[in-house]
Design a binder for this molecule. Sequence first.
Ligand code: ZN
Length: 197
Amino acid sequence: MDTMITIFFFVFGITFGSFFNVVGLRLPKNETFANDRSYCPSCKKQLQWYELIPVFSFLFQGGKCRNCKANISFIYPVVELFTGFLFAFSYFRIGLQTELITAILLVSMLNIILVSDITYMLIPNKVLLFFLPFFLIMRMVHPLDPWWSPIIGSIVGFGIIAIIILFSRGGMGAGDMKLFGVLGIILGTQKVLLAFF
Ligand SMILES: [Zn+2]
């Protein structure tokens, strides 16, 4: 394994993690995130480039906004580091193969969901619907063995959570059900059960 490439994936990951924070925070509120500068959620002041460096900005500013001194949620650096480590780990485990694309997409989707779920306690449909076609394509490019495992996996993942929702009344939500439907496609039947446990 090439150390330089692993480091590249880590840096690539923390940079994308920074973007996933913005997407996870703004998407459920229907705010744009593509061409809008980042701002402090407290005082709404636009952030300078040096306040947007993943992980380091948080550390240098001592976890506070430079303008209003409001505490910055530790979620931001955690998601950045998480994404960085998981991108690097994906490369480390899989190498430069087509399944690496699936892993990067999965890590990306889960980190955006992590931000939305912690902040608003919801899993946005838009995030699942955005990633779903990519996973379907990846399962055609790189089928699992047997090829129908993702189909059954999706039904099983969706079904287990549906049953839990019926019997637990509030333990899990419709978002979890749809998420596990998507996870089933990526992981196949056996691993979606593993993911559930
Ligand atoms: Zn502020």
